[in-house]
Ligand binder design. Structure first.
Ligand SMILES: C[S@@+](CC[C@H](N)C(=O)[O-])C[C@H]1O[C@@H](n2cnc3c(N)ncnc32)[C@H](O)[C@@H]1O
Length: 257
């Protein structure tokens, strides 16, 4: 019988990283594997964007904040938008740069808080989807980002946010261990540790190395963002909230300027 040895590779990485370090050192290399088929993710986002009425609005400039592997940028470009896709993770952006070049997508490697430096005209649409907004480091940063978005949107322009609810539901005990994905050579488990304003997300990745499993662990903070708080901030900044509901397991907020 094969004896399987488990070893802890990097004790240092048990300390919490910044979000950018976490993506650079841990998530970028496995994001595509974790997400599954890119084509399915792109189609699901295409359908969601249509459900939110995006296909029926003027196809001008759209900005994708936290673009990752392009799961929102690509369907937006296919609908006819000119897209600026912003993300600070170079390795993720490199994976679909060639495809972006064949579409009307300009990739920008930067912090989403700096996005407005990279655009020359007003935008009809800004999306920040797939739980990206919870990656910001504070509620003040969320407010500053929304204010900045309001500045760059055209009249009637839309903002779409989708993010996970870490507020109304707090997992306890063994519920906090979430099996994310596994195959013959990799196992990814996520452990959630709740603090008052953040949830510390521990990603535990086991990689098969011959007859051993090596563990890579890294954790990073996500904001526990209250949808009602966010909606009231959005309204105070001059938007009308036209949708605030759970879609595909995520809070989905659509706001119109
Ligand atoms: C959970 S992924 C979502 C990616 C994509 N929107 C999707 O739905 O698949 C979050 C993405 O946001 C990026 N990100 C997080 N915080 C960021 C920041 N402050 N500035 C730039 N990119 C950021 C990460 O690099 C990552 O690609």
């Amino acid at each position: 019988m094969l004896l399987v040895k488990w070893s802890l590779v990097d004790l240092e990485s048990l300390k919490m990283n910044t979000v950018q370090e976490h993506y650079n050192n841990q998530l970028a290399a496995i994001y595509g594997w974790m997400a599954g088929s890119s084509e399915i993710a792109i189609k699901q986002n295409y359908d969601l964007l249509c459900q939110l009425g995006v296909d029926a609005q003027p196809k001008d400039l759209a900005i994708d904040l936290g673009a990752g592997l392009g799961f929102q940028s690509i369907p937006l470009a296919e609908m006819g938008f000119t897209v600026v896709a912003v993300d600070f993770c170079a390795d993720l952006l490199a994976e679909w740069r060639d495809r972006a070049e064949k579409l009307a997508i300009r990739i920008v490697e930067d912090n989403i808080l700096n996005f407005s430096k990279h655009i020359e005209s007003k935008a009809a649409l800004v999306v920040c989807m797939g739980d990206t907004i919870t990656h910001l480091e504070s509620f003040d940063a969320v407010r500053a980002l929304i204010a900045n978005i309001e500045n760059v949107l055209t009249a009637n322009g839309k903002l779409i946010l989708t993010f996970r609810d870490y507020v109304s539901l707090e997992l306890t005990g063994k519920q906090r261990f979430i099996p994310v994905k596994s195959d013959d050579s990799r196992i990814l488990t996520c452990f959630l540790e709740y603090h008052p304003d953040i949830v510390e997300v521990h990603d535990l990745l086991y990689i098969k190395d011959g007859d051993r499993w090596l563990m890579h662990s890294s954790s990073y903070p996500k904001l526990r963002l209250d949808a009602n708080w966010l909606c009231s901030e959005i309204k105070e900044l001059g938007f009308q909230v036209v949708c605030n509901q759970i879609i595909n397991g995520m809070i989905c907020i659509v706001a119109q300027k």
